[in-house]
Design a protein around this ligand. Structure first.
Ligand code: SF4
Length: 347
């Protein structure tokens, strides 16, 4: 697996008001410095404002989510005017989401503005016909439609990206989703990138089967996935043991979905420590007694929260050239983590 810094900016969709464009109902914006400053170093944005796109104009009358009762299913909503319930833009917002699907096929993540009846991803306030707020279980209608169209696409809200750990998790998911399309599915009609440098020149130009590419991908991501969920990663390994019996489309969809599901749970320090110890285990035969002790102590310091993960990764990478085994060289866990790219805090 390629472990160098990102070769290009990754296309990511974003609510247009987060870019600082004055497209909100009141003529304002909700500029996010984290998005346009920090994350723009690695993302190429595709900004969309669904409410402007369906012709509501700026400024416009506010809208909100209407439900018949508390805890109604997430799709049992309508988006209506706050002052004029006759205004119903539910259909136009859903149709607009469907219309931008071809344009969004190339994006590898989406950042939505929170608390919006169109773009909110979590906990959008819902109202009864009498105007009383009833619960906060809504999802913006545009965001919801894109969730259905792209069930594995990494998504996050603008406000949550101010939190360094949530930002790291979103970045990890976007980088992985992007790598999946480059390495497994192929991109822009190019053959999928080769992932493992196994030194076999004779095989370098051979087209590899989908199963081979999927298993290479899983292998390279194994320790990163283990750091997020040991149980689900092992279950994925068992699923892949029968890969030859699974139709290709099903295999592609299922494995991509399982990987993105595993990564959606932030990695705990305990599980990261476990993955680092596994990595160290692959190098121990090439280390002398003093080096083994140094590595072991550093991992323990990380477990106790006294050292950042990057300190352990730096030492592991220092020892890595000693191993001739492609498995450990391929591990994405050992590649530059988002904190080392300056995109979130070290922890
Ligand atoms: S939240 Fe969405 S619909 Fe509202 S202004 Fe921002 S981009 Fe437009």
């Amino acid at each position: 697996m390629k472990t160098e810094r990102l070769p290009r900016k990754i296309p990511v969709g974003i609510s247009q008001c987060a870019m600082g464009d004055p497209v909100r109902f009141n003529g304002g914006h909700k500029h996010s410095k984290v998005c346009t400053g920090l994350l723009a170093q690695c993302f190429e944005y595709v900004p969309l404002c669904p409410e402007v796109a369906i012709g509501m104009g700026v400024p416009r009358k506010p809208i909100h989510l209407l439900v018949e009762k508390a805890s109604a299913p997430v799709d049992a909503v309508r988006v209506i005017g706050v002052d004029d319930p006759e205004v119903d833009v539910t259909g136009p917002l859903r149709d607009y989401a469907d219309s931008v699907v071809p344009e969004l096929e190339r994006v590898r993540g989406y950042i939505f503005m929170q608390n919006s009846p169109s773009c909110g991803l979590y906990g959008v306030r819902r109202y009864l016909a009498n105007g009383h707020g009833i619960d906060s279980e809504g999802v913006g209608v545009f965001a919801r439609r894109l969730q259905q169209q792209f069930p594995h696409l990494p998504m996050e809200e603008v406000g949550r990206l101010n939190n360094s750990e949530l930002r790291e998790n979103f970045l990890t998911r976007v980088f992985t989703y992007d790598a999946w399309f480059r390495c497994v599915e192929g991109q822009d009609d190019q053959p999928p990138e080769r992932m493992l440098d196994d030194g076999n020149e004779a095989d370098a130009d051979k087209p590899r089967s989908l199963i081979a590419r999927v298993i290479e991908f899983y292998t390279a991501y194994k320790y990163l996935l283990l750091a997020h969920s040991q149980d689900k990663t092992r279950a994925l390994g068992r699923y892949l043991a029968d890969a030859k019996t699974i139709p290709e489309d099903e295999l592609r969809f299922e494995v991509r979905g399982r990987i993105m599901d595993i990564l959606s749970r932030p990695a705990s320090r305990k599980d990261k420590t476990n993955a680092l110890m596994h990595s160290a285990g692959h190098l121990s035969e090439f280390l002398d007694k003093r080096e083994k002790a140094e590595l072991k102590e550093l991992i323990e310091e990380y477990r106790l929260g006294r050292k950042p993960m990057s300190a352990v990764l730096t030492l592991l990478r220092h020892f890595l050239p000693r191993s001739p085994h492609s498995f450990i060289h391929s591990q994405v866990l050992l590649a530059a983590e988002p904190a080392e790219l300056g995109l979130c805090e070290f922890h």
